[in-house]
Design a protein around this ligand. Structure first.
Ligand code: FES
Length: 408
């Protein structure tokens, strides 16, 4: 089926997000005659005002894929054209011919060569006479869109608790594009951002090193969006970063939802230099995980959920002495019960009772504006619940700063 996006003027609040961050190839978002139906605006709109409607096939365009002439409907994405001619599109690495997890032009996992340039197939429209190569050239250097270079005063879930609260503890950057669709996403202007300049691993490493120097810190973090989506890029980025920062004080921190972190991927990251990791476990039960992540495909959600739990166990079993691990878990009573927090804590305890667990107090953000940020005392209850199951290093984010492992 083919689609186009229409702006529902009754829902639109003129926030401008669809113009600012969406990688839209039409002259402006919602210009129906030019829409290629990528769907990026409908993922990004916090008011769900961009609605995808079915459309007729219309005229055809001729183009070449790997030297073969094909005809496909006009005003579709290159990804869609590939799908029409039989390519399978996957949302888990290794499944399908093209891995397209974010679909907003942020991660570049779906990149192919289009008229001599490496571009994301998910947000690039087909054109008459276009030449597409899915086999990337040998000298191909991966790219990734990155946003928000900064000195971070708090760090992420993979930041050791004893460092939190000091002035600038990490240099940080956020990778655009995510495979989750969390309705309360706290970083959604990064997650759905397809307009940022995509950088090679070397370019990003140089910029991160400069950011480290600017803030006078030793820790360098990458978060998101989802930092791990483009594996080749991330591994090369860490290697480049390590080359530029060979001193012993340098720490290389990856914050991640861990949904695609298979053991071989983790091995590769450690080998490349990753010294700290902050995997997020967004629930124990699958229904909770799907509620929090906004994923509708149960089979895919199950795979992401299972992979993230296994990743935590694997890092602890294989790299406890080499890699610092801090696990993130969510709390908001509208999304996860205290009883599930108890059971979730018990499961983490079975892996390692000493592991750092950081509870994030989910607040109203993005599309989930009806929830109320947990009060300080609610977070104290969560803290006690996790301590009672045997976890020794629990920290909780609150509106008054972090509750540390030795309080309250
Ligand atoms: S799936 Fe196309 S850029 Fe992420």
């Amino acid at each position: 089926m083919l689609y186009y996006a229409v702006k529902n003027l009754e829902k639109c609040m003129n926030c401008g997000i669809c113009e600012e961050i969406v990688a839209c190839s039409s002259d402006y978002v919602g210009f129906v005659e030019k829409c290629i139906g990528c769907g990026a605006c409908s993922f990004a709109c916090p008011y769900e005002a961009m609605e995808m409607k079915e459309r007729e096939k219309g005229k055809e365009v001729s183009m070449k894929v790997n030297g073969e002439k094909i005809s496909v409907p006009e005003r579709i994405t290159v990804k869609k054209a590939l799908e029409i001619i039989g390519y399978r599109i996957g949302r888990f690495p290794g499944e399908g011919d093209i891995f397209a997890p974010c679909e907003v032009g942020g991660c570049y996992s779906c990149a192919v060569e289009i008229d001599g340039k490496i571009m994301p197939s998910c947000v690039t429209g087909v054109k008459e006479g276009m030449e597409v190569n899915t086999e990337l050239p040998k000298e191909f250097i991966p790219k990734r869109a990155l946003h928000g270079w900064m000195g971070h005063p708090v760090g992420g879930v993979g930041t050791p608790w004893w460092l939190k609260g000091r002035r600038f503890i990490e240099a940080a950057v956020f990778a655009c594009g995510c495979n989750y669709r969390c309705p309360q996403c706290q970083n959604w202007t990064t997650t759905y951002n397809g307009k940022e300049l995509a950088l090679t691993p070397r370019e990003a490493a140089v910029k991160m090193t400069a950011t480290r120097r600017k803030y006078g810190v030793d820790r360098m973090a990458i978060s998101g969006g989802e930092s791990t989506l483009n594996r080749e890029w991330l591994v090369q980025y860490l290697k480049e970063l390590k080359k530029l920062n060979p001193d012993e004080k340098a720490r290389f921190h990856v914050d991640t939802n861990a949904s695609i972190l298979t053991p071989d991927y983790i091995d590769e990251l450690v080998e490349a230099g990753m010294s700290d990791i902050g995997p997020d476990l967004k629930g124990l039960r699958l229904e909770t995980f799907m509620r929090i992540t906004g994923l509708k495909d149960k089979e895919l959600a199950e795979k992401y959920h299972r992979t993230s739990w296994k990743a935590v166990k694997y890092v602890v079993d294989e790299y406890k002495d080499k890699v610092f691990i801090g696990v993130g878990i969510p709390y908001n009573r509208d999304l996860i019960s205290l009883e599930e927090i108890h059971d979730l804590g018990s499961e983490i305890c079975k892996i390692d009772s000493e592991i750092q667990v950081c509870v994030l107090d989910y607040r109203a953000e993005f599309r989930r504006r009806e929830i109320r940020r947990p009060s300080y005392w609610e977070m104290v209850k969560v803290w006690r619940t996790l301590r009672d199951v045997g976890l020794k290093t629990v920290i909780c984010q609150t509106s008054f700063g972090h509750i540390g492992p030795n309080e309250p």
